[in-house]
Write a protein that binds this ligand. Sequence first.
Ligand SMILES: [Zn+2]
Length: 293
Amino acid sequence: MPKRRDSRAWQYGLVVLGVVAAVAIVVVSLLTGHAKRETPGDVDCTQVKCVALTFDDGPGPYTDRLLQILKDNDAKATFFLIGNKVAANPAGAKRIADAGMEIGSHTWEHPNMTTIPPQDVPAQFSRASDAIEAATGQRPKLVRTAGGVINDQVLAEAKKFGLADINWDVIPFDWINDANIAATRYMLMTQIKPGSVVLFHDTYSSTVDLVYQFIPVLKANGYHLVTVSQLLGPREPGSTYGARDNGPPANVLQEIAADEIPSLPNTPSPPPMPNFPITDIPGANSGGPNNGA
Ligand SMILES: [Zn+2]
């Protein structure tokens, strides 16, 4: 029955054509970025639970380990980098940017911006932004001052450099609890709620350990880990967000089973990093002996 064979061949041809066309459409969509890919950038934080983890005072010796943990979890975070550390380690800063993380300024050398001579304030912003841009190709739009200490005069200067000030909603005191991860973890368990901006320091190996074991808790509770800008949207230069203290406990996180928490790598965690002399300004480091927040 030649006619029937022709019909089958025609149908077969149509199927092949259809498959080829479908594959072509998918390939072109992916290449042109029109296909919807599940990345944190697609998360709508008005519809789902988001939390923005932030890491201050780097780049440091433990930053790359943290980046790998974040990558392994498809998580994004925001790093407020100290300008003189970026100038000393531009490759380290670039790796943060290349990992898709958001980078903000943590000023040039981390002084108390409200007590240094007012004429020194602009350079703390400009030198940090210059160093970050030179290292990463991106000029920061967000700033966090040392200890979150800021006033109207400093904020007005930040505005001139296109910077919006970002503090936090949750401060788990990781630098004080360096040897006591459980204490920091307790603060996270009781304080984090949808929309929280959390202050950490990746200058502590204990903080990286804690984040490694706490991300599964956040994910099990339905949280998406996003950058500050993904969480808050565009911020006006000269505006400020957050506070310096914790608010009332939220107590909305549910604990997960112990066997769902990954064990720490079978290598001893490095000891806490020695304090960096991150400011040359006598008495102007607001963070105390461990450089604090
Ligand atoms: Zn700091």
